[in-house]
Design a protein around this ligand. Structure first.
Ligand SMILES: [Zn+2]
Ligand SMILES: [Zn+2]
Length: 444
């Protein structure tokens, strides 16, 4: 615990030089340099935390050690921490006077895949996932988010005279399964703890570090899972006339379903269907009796989503009917909903972040990935979800000029540059939270 006290005192001394009443305009330039000084002393510990979490990732709802590590970090800086909210989630609260409650969320989980970055702190850990052993890798960068989350908490305490109210820092399990936010809400996140007046989350992505991107309105896609099992009649590969071939049905479906996108959906609206897995058969001379296709469906708008789900279902049934097969089993499961960024929360953060980051702060089109942060928004927390870059500018420029492509999230080569990425995360998140306190103090 004592290892945190020294930098904290240094930061507190600095912040007391620029004490402002909460209703004054935020002095962004001054705040930014205070955050930079605070980070200078905090960064070595954040770096160690990041590399430790990176080397020892844990899968969805198995994040016991990761959560325990974050709980002890947050207790050490003075937060009141409740563990096991939504299985492995954490809620860390810090109250400083009367005022709004502002939430900051990080995810805890990693992905079932092998890291191939060759970094000195690369993960070699394995875990059980759906009954089989797999490598585990923080290839979505949730470890960057955790280090930024702890760093933001420390920085906000160092800037305590800049805000009044309650900080609610939550660490969410199982984002990759889009189950963790729901689990925390079902476990009383907004009844056992205060319901936030505003909320923030960030996600890293394959663009230049030091850059922050954001958007008003739709910030991510609706996600639906697709599971279809085609039933045929098994038999000898040399006598297909005695069988009903489910491999043929699966193959036809994979191709034909794309016409729902190209021919049925309005081409100016976003919609994607991708088949990520096909499971059928064993040997080349056996026609199996069933084939399963598993995929994902992404959309922004509810009406586009409804149209696509109907088209996908119709295509699966038609493919089976063509083969004179029984009706297929069709499960289209609703996953994460699209994130809607709140215009007022984004509006006040925008003013502050524009001053702090200049032309490195940009509005961008919505991402096509999905996020279960949308559950907190649906539960009534006006929010801003933004993105931070992770790669060297030279590497990004080279990729743009035909050089090696930049590994994106979920790539085995995904490798953020820790220091500038985490520092940007802490700076942007701290300023965003201060803007929300300031917005509420002004009664905007
Ligand atoms: Zn991910
Ligand atoms: Zn992610």
């Amino acid at each position: 615990m004592t290892r945190f006290i020294k930098p904290m005192l240094a930061s507190l001394a600095l912040s007391s030089l620029l004490a402002l009443p909460a209703h004054a305009e935020l002095d962004v330039a001054k705040l930014k340099s205070t955050i930079a000084s605070s980070l200078e002393s905090d960064y070595p510990k954040l770096d160690a935390l990041y590399k430790d979490i990176h080397a020892h990732p844990e899968l969805a709802f198995q994040e016991e050690k990761t959560a325990a590590r974050l709980a002890s970090e947050m207790r050490a800086i003075g937060f009141e921490v409740t563990e096991h909210v939504g299985k492995t989630g954490l809620v860390a609260i810090y109250k400083s006077g009367e005022g709004p409650t502002i939430m900051v969320r990080t995810e805890l989980d990693a992905l079932p895949m092998e890291e191939k970055t060759g970094l000195p702190y690369a993960s070699h850990d394995k875990a059980l996932w759906r009954g089989r052993e797999t490598f585990v890798d923080h290839s979505c960068g949730h470890d960057i988010h955790m280090a930024s989350w702890v760093g933001t908490a420390k920085t906000l305490l160092a800037l305590k005279d800049q805000w009044h109210g309650t900080l609610m820092f939550i660490a969410q399990p199982a984002e990759e399964e889009v189950q963790g936010a729901k689990a925390m809400l079902a476990d009383g996140l907004f009844t056992r703890f205060p319901k936030p007046d505003a909320g923030f989350a960030l996600h890293d992505g394959p663009f230049t570090y030091g850059y922050v991107s954001y958007r008003v309105g739709i910030g991510s896609s609706n996600q639906d899972g697709l599971f279809i099992k085609f039933h045929g009649r098994g038999g000898h590969g040399a006598a297909p006339q005695t069988t009903i071939d489910p491999v043929m049905m699966a193959a036809r479906f994979v191709v034909d379903v794309q016409s729902v996108i190209s021919r049925e959906k309005d081409p100016t609206e976003f919609g994607v269907v991708s088949i990520g897995a096909i499971h059928a058969g064993t040997a080349g001379n056996i026609i199996p009796d069933e084939a399963t296709v598993v995929g994902t469906i992404r959309t922004y708008k509810p009406q586009v989503r409804a149209k696509m789900l109907a088209g996908i279902e119709r295509t699966a049934k038609a493919v089976a009917a063509m083969a004179d097969a029984p009706a297929p089993e069709i499960h289209l499961e609703a996953g994460a909903k699209a994130i809607m960024n709140d215009p007022a929360v984004v509006g006040s953060a925008e003013k502050v972040l524009k001053v702090a980051f200049g032309d490195k702060f940009n509005a961008t089109p919505p991402g096509t990935a999905s996020e279960d942060y949308s559950e907190f928004i649906d539960a009534g927390v006006p929010s801003m979800f933004f993105n931070i870059g992770i790669y060297d500018p030279e590497r990004v420029a080279a990729a743009r000029n035909g050089g090696p492509p930049l590994p994106g999230n979920h790539s085995p080569l995904f490798a953020p540059v820790p220091k500038p990425t985490i520092e940007t995360g802490v700076t942007a998140m701290t300023l965003a939270v201060l803007s929300a306190f300031d917005q509420r103090a002004q009664g905007q």
